[in-house]
Design a protein around this ligand. Sequence first.
Ligand SMILES: *Cc1c(COP(=O)(O)O)cnc(C)c1O
Length: 512
Amino acid sequence: MATESIERKTVGKVRPHQTQNEGLVFEKSSPGKKAYKLPPLDVPAVDASSLLGETHRQASAGLPELSEIEIIRHFTRLSTWNYAIDLGMYPLGSCTMKYNPRVNEFVARIEGLAEAHPYRPDAQAQGILEVIDLLQKCLTEITGMDAITLQPAAGAHGEFTGILLVRAWHESQGNARKKILIPDSAHGTNPATAAICGYAVENLKSNSEGGIDLEALERQVDSETAALMLTNPSTIGVFESQIHRIADILHAKGALLYMDGANMNALVGKVRPGDFGVDVMHLNLHKTFSTPHGGGGPGSGPVACKRFLEPFLPTPVLVRSAGEPQSSVTISAAPGALHWEYDRPQSVGRVRAFYGNTGMFIRALAYILANGPDGLRQTTEDAVLNANYVRAKLEDLFELPYKTASMHEVVFSDKRQAAKGVKTGDFAKRLIDYGFHPYTVSFPLIVPGALMIEPTESESKEELDLFIEAMRSIAREVEETPELVKTAPHSTRVSRLDEVQAARKPVLRWRG
Ligand SMILES: *Cc1c(COP(=O)(O)O)cnc(C)c1O
């Protein structure tokens, strides 16, 4: 099929973008152009070489030279190339790309919070310390755990911190143990974490419902098992209903239960991991609690644990002096005041500069308080409802490898479409033409050709219907014009990239 007719068939919300032919800023440069005008020099000129000596650059740095409006237009145009949750549904499974409410941003920009310097003495930082303390209380209540650290900067960093706690506790019992059990449905960060903490990874097979095979678990747990790392709900969006028995089997052999809590958005307000036997877990504030994932920007991966692991938490730990607070202006040792405690002999040590990504704490707390307990429960129910709505509306067209009830996400496989030569990755690319960010492609690995869809609670029925219609329309295209799907996207500036070449031999430098 000719490219032109393919382009004309581009449908949905997207049209080729008028500013997509933006070149590199270097290509727009012309020598001598400036974006500033300075008054004439009114002091004696000094020869830079005499001041800088050998460090004085002789050749031009080759920086682009443009006028102010050219710079503004260039970057404004580039900014419109981004897809964002503020533009439309972003159904990236396991990533929980929920809307970041503007009130979070407003609160995080309040001057006294945004400008709070980490070196400020505790006595003068009581406001931000109260914010941190309140968030810690909310998160320990939500998870049903006893203690928490907010230091880790992301989910994987939380896993690392959590497994350090596991290791430190086993060491305090006289044996660090050798291995960590990880189900085959796990996120790739789990085995990476275990390995970096010095443990051997032992794979645990899932049963036909996508849960843990209890008999295999019984056989594999022994006196060298440090912990099981379990994602619940799992990466196929299924709740591990045997979680209590799993905890009992581990505990009977002195092993611990680590829960990857990245999917807590399916549980908040309904069940608490602390109540079903979890010893230590991490949360992703940038998933469950609506802080932005922001282009690689700061995340936050708090680790919550049971009382017996508390002595090992990273330092410093926030503690409140005994007694009633006296007034809002106190010295740090004053009764009721908060301060950072550094003297924790069993601590695994610091895992992050300062106290963690404080701006994320403020956003997450704003989200929790704005929703309140009933609102949080409602967001969980809406997230599960939305995923099941998508499931019900697409089940007739796509293979559903695990029929177990879905929680916050649904995982189909491309089995039927692959028979026509169209794979999950092709479907994902075609979704771009319909104005949607692709779902998660080819993960989890236990589902060959996976389409992992997580709508989150943010989406209205109207947006979900547009998405469902797009998926159904693409499925029709697979029957009628499979080439159209296999060569998508057709609405973007560039179409299919050589992904291997891009990863192996990236061109990161402009050579004029
Ligand atoms: C996102 C995710 C992680 C890793 O979190 P990051 O913040 O990206 O490091 C770990 N496990 C699961 C199940 C996840 O979805």
